[in-house]
Design a protein around this ligand. Structure first.
Ligand SMILES: C[S@@+](CC[C@H](N)C(=O)[O-])C[C@H]1O[C@@H](n2cnc3c(N)ncnc32)[C@H](O)[C@@H]1O
Length: 367
């Protein structure tokens, strides 16, 4: 048995013994560790209360309200249409988890975490969207046993049949709201201006293309998505004055061929939505469509990103199951899948914030 397993087993035998736990609390040198364990366990049990505290703050737009300086509890109550006692509980709860912090004169200001939520429409949209996920998680075993279709499956909908989408207006808006932070990480990892034509596969309503248009002004742009989403993309790109530069195609990447000839194909937050079988179909469709020597760019959160295990295994593990059966994969597994689809020169480019996305590039043979 490796020594690390033996150490883990010994620790578990000790901590699982009620007598040991009692003496660990009583004995000064082990009291700190016992307290820390109890606190971590409490956080696991109470996590849903913290989540709903953030939701309540977001719903009354509290972080923007405090952006210009601290406010008293009666002011928060007036702003959020809450009774004084409700506002007091909310403000104190938010202060206990670093969303707010108390200031002199009974006022409250933004805390370290609350300040990071100001003017972040993508995060606010995700916090609001998590209400659906929260409903699906009410019965985690039913979710794991795939016993019923949940709210996320209805919302996304495209897991069921190709060409079909659940609520394309709502999910496209959510994706567009959260895309800028992903694009920022992609641009920090790769220079897109050295390509001539980009095809964004599953490009939603064109938010990624709009960001790319600004950093790579000479790049020709193409987008492929389900017909109702492609329709939205046409309207959005026109609104942004990009209709002459960007071509939009409607279809399914599971059953239709992709437009040929781009020397750069992007899959932004696509592969993790799908089962292994569908992911292989999508990668192989990209391989057939890409210009010889072209580059495939895959950007999504990956399961083995350093320090992001709870994000990959807990958050995305459950989220993508509720949505329809996808998974966050380790970069190593994605690399294997890219090789199987006929790509080479695979490079994993860890982003600065792997919670948001990591990036992999791969080359298609030039022959
Ligand atoms: C998670 S969203 C990502 C959108 C965009 N790439 C982004 O990151 O903002 C997945 C996208 O894949 C599209 N999609 C799902 N199934 C599809 C299919 N069979 N064919 C084409 N597009 C599909 C959805 O309509 C949606 O726009």
């Amino acid at each position: 048995m490796p020594w690390s397993d033996a150490v883990g087993d010994l620790r578990n035998r000790l901590v699982a013994d009620p007598e040991f736990r009692k003496s660990a609390k009583a004995f000064a040198p082990t009291r700190g560790a016992a307290r820390e364990n109890a606190r971590a366990l409490f956080d696991l049990m109470a996590g849903f209360v913290y989540t709903q505290t953030v939701l309540a703050c977001t719903q009354i737009d509290l972080f923007s309200f405090l952006k210009d300086g601290p406010r008293t509890i009666p002011e928060v109550a007036g702003h959020g249409d809450l009774p004084l006692d409700g506002a007091t509980r909310l403000v104190r709860a938010a202060a206990s988890i670093a969303l707010l912090e108390p200031r002199h004169g009974g006022r409250y200001a933004l805390g370290r975490l609350g300040a990071a939520l100001v003017d972040e429409p993508g995060l606010a949209a995700m916090i609001e969207h998590h209400r659906l996920f929260y409903e699906d998680l009410m019965d985690p075993l039913a979710l794991l046993r795939c016993e019923r279709k949940g709210r996320l499956a209805e919302f996304w909908g495209y897991g069921e049949e190709s060409g079909h989408a659940g609520r394309p207006d709502a999910y496209s808006q959510l994706m567009a709201d959260t895309l800028p932070m992903v694009a920022e990480e992609v641009f920090a990892a790769c220079d897109l201006s050295r390509y001539s034509k980009l095809l964004d596969v599953g490009g939603g309503e064109g938010a990624f293309l709009c960001e790319v248009a600004a950093v790579a002004p000479a790049l020709e742009l193409e987008l492929f998505d389900l017909p109702p989403v492609a329709e939205r993309a046409r309207a959005k790109l026109k609104e942004k004055g990009l209709d002459a530069r960007a071509q939009v195609h409607g279809g399914s990447f599971l059953t239709d061929s992709l437009p040929q000839g781009a020397d750069l194909i992007s899959l932004v937050r696509i592969i993790h939505d799908h089962t292994d079988e569908d992911a292989k179909t999508i990668l192989s469709a990209c391989r057939k469509a890409i210009r010889p020597g072209g580059t495939l760019l895959l950007a999504e959160p990956m399961a083995d990103a350093p320090g992001a295990a709870p994000m990959g295994d807990a958050y995305f593990g459950f989220y993508l199951l509720a949505m329809g059966g996808g998974r966050a994969r380790p970069a190593e597994r994605l690399t294997e899948m890219l090789h199987e689809a006929g790509f080479e020169g695979v490079r994993v480019r860890r982003s600065r914030i792997p919670l948001i996305t990591d990036v992999i590039t791969a080359r298609a043979h030039s022959s």
